[in-house]
Design a protein around this ligand. Sequence first.
Ligand code: KG4
Ligand code: ZN
Length: 341
Amino acid sequence: MLVLGIESSCDETGIALYDTNAGLLTHTLYTQIELHAQYGGVVPELASRDHIRKLSPLIKQSLAQANVSFTQLNGIAYTAGPGLMGALLAGASVARSLAYALNIPAIGVHHMEGHLLAPMLEPSPPAFPFVCLLVSGGHSMIVRVDGIGQYTLLGDTLDDAAGEAFDKTAKLLDLGYPGGPNVSNLALKGVATRYHFPRPMVDRPGLDMSFSGLKTFTLNTWQAAVKAGDDSEQTKADICRAFELAVADTLAVKCKRALEQVGFNRLVVAGGVSANREIRAKLNALMLKRGGEVFYPRLEFCTDNGAMIAYAGAQRLLAGQHNNLSFATTPRWSLEDLPAV
Ligand code: KG4
Ligand code: ZN
């Protein structure tokens, strides 16, 4: 089965072709980072307009790259939520219209299920069941995964998502948008021992997380340094290092606790923040110590992409699932509401 995948939930237009026999044929990504950078964050209306401009040309380009014609497609998968309403509608309307014209099924994919299944595109994919740490710009969740569509939410963030905390930290240190990679790169030059940031909620039982306090701690630390006349790049780097270590430690504590709670020794980490070096190092060390396994998507599939949507949609289409002609988008949508495959 040959499936076209369309991702347009936020500021990236991702297109991919996934064949359930041959694997991923092609994938392409157009990022709107430059468009939004001048505003310090995503402007939803501009995002929608840019998706509309890019979707058609990118779909045609992907088909040409894979040497595939429209009539060879067997199904279309598009991100139906969660995400920005206008951005989702842009992708959903193109997907639905195309499926109608070609008389093939279309399926609305949960964006976070796409992230969660992204490691399945790697040469050695994880086997079920596993614990998944899903850390992106909009979500931070710990999920028990027993199979596709068999998700139990074990922990969630009470306020900011991990990626959001990186982005806000970058903004207050004037490091530009998107913040995660910039904070992480500057942290490489930071001295780990200069500041110690709190590890939020690790001393409390449970698997929920909270990152907004860390952001405030960053702000206070930076303002105190500026007041003392030290607004150097080194100070920013030291703050980034302390911040990153605090996030990485916190996530490692929560993952360890989740694995112990459900009795698994297999961890999957996905979503934009799973690209982070320090977080990967901490989680690798944790799983090495436990004699368990840890899986990540390749770096380009940590952040938003069409390949994960094509993959997730293909699994559901293969099982006979699809949506009817009305293209409902679901800006708010729980993973636990998905049907099993
Ligand atoms: O999954 P994603 O592309 O979009 C959402 O679904 O939200 O995640 C984007 C988030 C942003 O907050 C970005 O700052 C963060 O992932 N991110 C990182 C890194 N690369 C991306 N955070 C920390 N370290 C990174 N290397
Ligand atoms: Zn995402």
